[in-house]
Design a protein around this ligand. Structure first.
Ligand code: NAP
Length: 425
């Protein structure tokens, strides 16, 4: 009986192995046995590998390389065409505020555009040296008579509102002049700001500028120090704020998308292709201006003004704050500077090179800045408390160690006394 059972089991085992081998050979992936399941897993893993990494058929790599070369040739042609389109009719750019930053951008703009500058102080000679025409700010009509495509406001944050308040009536007057010359449907210049705070600039421009002027809010995240060797890879933040009288909701539409722009009120979607000629022209002019930054190698970052200010308080403002705090401590070089300390001195140097007006503007017109100061003070207190706590701990330890020593010494003296008593000497 036992022998029969053994033979029966052997037959069953042989049968399963043979059928299993048969299924595998036949490529049937049914879950016949655990063994089969494993084989199935191996096979599907191999298929996945082929799917993701591609079975390199003979000649395929060559084909891919050819496609890659064709695409980069196409890209180069597109870039060439774009560049020649931009150069065929260079923009006329006006700069209001020819201080440290105004001069810095004018120098680069002059390579791409005709530049006219105006400011409170007299910069006639300096402007001439940069290939820039100079008109005093006391004569805005003369400045506007240059038929500017774009006007960049590069005045201090603190004077931005008052400068725009004074400037706006001249823009209105200039629009009337243009209307008389060309008839209806006249458009004003594109107005751009470069302020380091964005919500304030956006609000003021929407409030004060004639609606015929399109608005672009920008913040180049660099300046005369960090950008002195060129603008390559430096961040340029922008929000397309108003085009053809429509205020765009940058937060929702993604301000960088030229295809679909969302009106701030009503949520109406505007498609550039379907929209009016004026709208297309407005977008085109903005793109031409943005292309200058692009051409200079900037990393273009479309972002809402609100989001910009949140980020900037915890990056740019905190940098200026620490630079100013360390600067007011009067740090100077020593004969044994570490590289870390040299970086600290660099930070102090670059932040204090900017005007105090700029620093104050970062504080006053970014609602997130006060919180940054509070957080820094709290963090400072936390770190100092940690140092005090550690010091106290060490003091306690050393007091305990001293007590221990005293106890040991007392015990030893007592023991010695007892011994003396025992020996009677
Ligand atoms: P700033 O001290 O912020 O501004 C100086 C400019 O503002 C000068 O052109 C000055 O004209 C003008 N200005 C000051 N008070 C004025 C008033 N009451 N009325 C009319 N104009 C007035 O220094 P900045 O570095 O040149 O910055 C200019 C703008 O660029 C600021 O909005 C700043 O946020 C922005 N920005 C600066 C940097 C940077 O690294 N420096 C980077 C990005 C953006 P006059 O010279 O004729 O007196």
């Amino acid at each position: 009986m036992i022998r029969q059972r053994i033979v029966f089991s052997l037959v069953i085992f042989w049968f399963r192995e043979v059928t299993s081998a048969f299924y595998v050979k036949a490529g049937d992936m049914s879950d016949y046995s655990t063994n089969n399941k494993r084989i199935k897993l191996w096979q599907s893993a191999a298929e996945d590998h082929d799917h993701y990494y591609g079975k390199l058929e003979p000649g395929r790599l060559e084909e891919l390389k050819q496609m890659e070369a064709e695409l980069s040739a196409q890209l180069a042609a597109v870039r060439r065409e774009k560049r020649s389109a931009l150069r065929s009719r260079p923009l006329k750019i006006g700069i209001v505020g020819f201080g440290r930053f105004g001069q810095f951008i004018a120098q680069t703009f002059a390579r791409h555009a005709t530049v006219v500058a105006t400011s409170r102080s007299d910069y006639t000679d300096l402007a001439a040296g940069l290939g820039v025409t100079y008109v005093p700010l006391s004569d805005p009509a003369a400045f506007l008579s240059h038929d500017l495509d774009v006007i960049v406001f590069a005045v201090s944050i603190m004077s931005f509102r008052s400068t725009l308040e004074e400037f706006a009536p001249f823009l209105e007057q200039d629009l009337r002049r243009r209307k008389e010359l060309t008839g209806d449907g006249v458009r004003g210049p594109l107005i751009v700001d470069v302020l380091s705070v964005k919500e304030h600039a956006r609000k003021v421009m929407i409030e004060l500028l004639p609606e015929e002027c399109d608005i672009l809010c920008t913040h180049p995240m660099f300046g005369p120090d960090s950008g002195k060797h060129g603008w390559n890879h430096l961040n340029f933040v922008y929000e397309k704020t108003r085009i053809d009288k429509i205020i765009l909701d940058a937060a929702q539409s993604g301000s960088g998308d030229p295809e679909q722009l969302k009106e701030a009120t009503g949520g109406k979607l505007h498609s550039v292709h379907e929209d009016s000629e004026a709208h297309v022209e407005g977008v085109d002019r903005m793109e031409r201006f943005l292309s200058i930054w692009e051409e200079e190698g900037c990393r273009m970052v479309p972002m809402s003004c609100k989001e910009h200010d949140e980020y900037a308080a915890n990056s740019q403002f905190v940098t200026h704050l620490i630079g100013r705090v360390l600067g007011s401590q009067g740090l100077t070089e020593t004969p044994i500077d570490t590289s870390g300390f040299q970086s600290v001195l660099k930070l102090v140097g670059s932040t204090t090179a900017d005007s105090f007006d700029l620093f104050y503007g970062l504080y006053k017109y970014n609602e997130n800045s006060l919180e940054t100061i509070t957080k820094l003070q709290e963090a400072m207190n936390k770190v100092v408390s940690k140092l005090h706590a550690k010091e106290e701990q060490e003091q306690q330890k050393s007091v305990a160690a001293e007590c221990m020593d005293v106890n040991v010494a007392v015990a030893a003296t007592e023991e010695q006394a007892a011994q003396t008593k025992r020996t009677g000497s």
